[in-house]
Design a protein around this ligand. Structure first.
Ligand code: OAD
Length: 231
């Protein structure tokens, strides 16, 4: 039976595909107050601005291609039972060929009813327009988990983390909860790796193998290491 390899990815894995991260300098939030574009209050205050912000993100994501880090994670399915828990709202893991992907913070490629969060629709175009409505007659909004909103996929993600034989954290600043808390559920005996070019500082658990590289280079090293071992 294949070993369970569970991945927690963040904005850093898509950086080399041309999507800006949130908290690096030059990051997406610059010029935008987070609460303005990523909170229910911001949506109530200025729907046009929020809709436009995510329309632009959606347009950009459609043009982006997965990089070697996404591709390597997809090809590891040949050797491991791989599940990806991503905080990213782009679809680059899917484009790379990964088959088990959980989006903790929503998906740009979908729209959600603004009165019933269970009503979610696939979008085949990049723009949600004013007047685009759900079947209950309310304006469609981006399917994004905003600050202060529940993270419905969290239980599923916790179950996966608890079953990991190998756990890989890649490209996340681990500043946003509950996602950052997933590491606490990883079994002590699981081999745990962190790939990030910037040091997470002193908070790193001692048993985590830290690969201080960009996602593409770090995944290359890690793939060699994992395939070289007899799991
Ligand atoms: P952040 O922007 O907070 O962190 C990005 C991480 O990627 C940082 O630790 C960088 O050092 C690292 N990084 C930068 N370039 C990299 C590269 N080429 N390869 C690997 N790592 C690289 O992004 P997240 O941790 O994903 O939520 O942010 C978490 C959540 O905060 C997001 O999902 C978003 C935001 O608010 C929502 O949109 C709801």
């Amino acid at each position: 039976m294949k070993k369970k390899l569970v991945v927690l990815s963040g904005a850093g894995i898509s950086a080399e595909s041309g999507i800006k991260t949130f908290r690096d300098s030059g990051g997406l939030w610059e010029g935008h107050d987070v609460m303005e574009v990523a909170s229910p209050e911001g949506w109530r205050r200025n729907q046009d601005l929020v809709q436009d912000f995510y329309n632009q993100r959606r347009k950009q994501a459609k043009e982006c291609q997965p990089n070697e880090a996404h591709l390597k994670l997809a090809s590891l399915e040949n050797f491991f039972d791989v599940s990806i828990i991503t905080q990213n709202v782009d679809d680059l893991h899917e484009k790379a060929g990964s088959t088990k992907v959980i989006h903790l913070h929503g998906e740009l490629s979908k729209a959600q009813s603004s009165i019933d969060p269970k009503l979610i629709y696939n979008l085949d175009h990049w723009e949600i327009k004013k007047g685009d409505k759900c079947e209950k007659g309310s304006q469609l909004r981006p399917f994004i988990v905003w600050f202060g909103e529940a993270v419905p996929k969290m239980d599923e993600a916790i179950q996966l983390a608890m079953q990991a034989d190998i756990f890989i954290v890649v490209g996340t600043s681990m500043q946003v909860y509950p996602a950052a808390g997933l590491l606490d559920y990883v079994p002590k005996q699981a081999l745990t790796f962190l790939i990030d070019p910037n040091s997470p500082g002193s908070g790193l658990r001692r048993d985590i193998v830290y690969i201080q590289k960009k996602a593409t280079e770090g995944m290359k090293d890690l793939e060699e290491l994992l395939l070289g071992q007899n799991f």
